[in-house]
Structures are given as C-alpha cells and as structure tokens.
Design a protein around this ligand. Structure first.
Ligand SMILES: Cc1cc2nc3c(=O)[nH]c(=O)nc-3n(C[C@H](O)[C@H](O)[C@H](O)COP(=O)(O)O)c2cc1C
Length: 188
C-alpha cells in the first residue's frame, strides 16, 4: 500500500511539513510505503480553465503537477497538508486542488483514502477541514479524517495541541497516518 503526503506550504521545515512527516512515519509503521512531496520543491501553475482535460482527463500544462499526478495515481491513500491562510487553504494547495479537475473527469482519485492536516496559528482550521472534506467527496474519495496543529513559527506545532481535546498535534497527526492505513486495509 502506498501513502502519499503532500506538504502544500511554501515553507520548508515548517509546521505542515512536521505534521505530514509525523503522519507518514506512523503510516509506515502500520505497514505502508510512504512518500512525501513538498510544494516548495515544485512549480505548479493554477488551472487556466482551458477545458482540454474535459475530454481525456489529462492536463495540458506541463509543469511539476505532472509529478503530483503520477504519485497520486500510484497512491492508495493521500494525506493533504496545508497551512491556514486567511481562513482558507494555501495558494499552493488551491493550485493542486484545481489542477485535479483533470483527475475528476476519469475518476482517477475515486476510491482512494484521503485525509487532511491543517497547520494554523489560531483561526480557520475548521473551515479548511470542511472545505477539504467537500473536495474529497467531489472526487469520490474515502475520507479517513482530519487534524489540526496549532502554531505560528516553524516547529511550534511540536508543543501545540491538536483539534481533539485528548491529543497533541503530533499525536493527532500520527493517528491520521494510522487511520489511512487501517481504512485502506478494511476496504481492500
Ligand atoms: C499569508 C498568511 C496568512 C495566514 N492566515 C492565517 C489564518 O487565517 N489563521 C491562522 O490561524 N493562521 C494564519 N496564518 C499562520 C499560519 O497558518 C501558521 O503560521 C502555520 O503554522 C504555517 O504553517 P507552515 O509552517 O507549514 O508554513 C497565516 C500565515 C500567512 C503567511
């Protein structure tokens, strides 16, 4: 089983990356092969609404999203990580989301297990989780849940709480990694 973690923050070694790394380490412990892609290493343009993908399900923009498409195709589970920017996902996350319009045409993400982890200083993570659940649902993905890590400066999520009153941010990220693997095992 392959689990892909997407760090959709422009910051290297930031809070989103810490949480996604934690989730992937836990998925690996549960038996998955894991891989992480970081938006800071990729150049991904926004969707330009050319409509070319509507016929073939293939995006004609030849940038690093082609790497993401390939890894998404290979993945059984995908964990999306985004910082909260103005109560929403990051621009990097939105570019990836919109470019998967091409995937929707042929159901390329259908049946894959999906989860989201948001890094926030203070407000808006709940909205981001709701948005992402709607996106997963539009793509006919199977939702394994979501989590939040609170912190502003790099590394602050290591000390911060998660969304659950019982768990720290790191414990919540670990639980998400495990849940993606468990859910995938249940349905296969
Ligand atoms: C442009 C911008 C907008 C932000 N908007 C919010 C916000 O609406 N709510 C919030 O809680 N934090 C907000 N933050 C703080 C980040 O979500 C927070 O620092 C997060 O931990 C960053 O994750 P990263 O280290 O992976 O980049 C914002 C940060 C930036 C740069």
């Amino acid at each position: 089983m392959n689990v892909l973690g997407l760090v959709l923050s422009p910051r290297k070694n930031g809070n989103t990356e810490i949480l996604i790394s934690e989730a992937l380490a836990s998925a690996e412990k549960a038996g998955a092969q894991v891989e992480m892609l970081h938006a800071a290493d990729l150049s991904i343009s926004p969707c330009d609404a050319c409509g070319a993908c509507m016929a073939e399900g293939i995006c004609r923009i030849k940038d690093d999203m082609q790497i993401v498409y390939e890894k998404m195709d290979q993945a059984d589970g995908i964990i999306f990580g985004t910082p909260v920017y103005f109560l929403n996902v990051s621009a990097q996350a939105k570019a990836v989301i919109d470019r998967t319009y091409a995937c929707m045409m042929k159901g390329r993400l259908r049946g894959k297990v999906a989860a989201v982890i948001a890094a926030a200083r203070r407000v808006g993570a709940g909205q981001v989780l709701s948005l992402m659940y709607s996106y997963f649902s539009a793509q006919r993905m199977i939702i394994a849940g979501g989590g939040v890590g609170y912190g502003r400066d790099k590394g602050e999520v290591r000390q911060g709480p998660g969304m659950s009153p019982m768990l720290s941010a790191l414990e919540e990220a670990q639980a998400i990694g495990r849940n993606v693997v468990k859910m995938r095992n249940r349905i296969s």
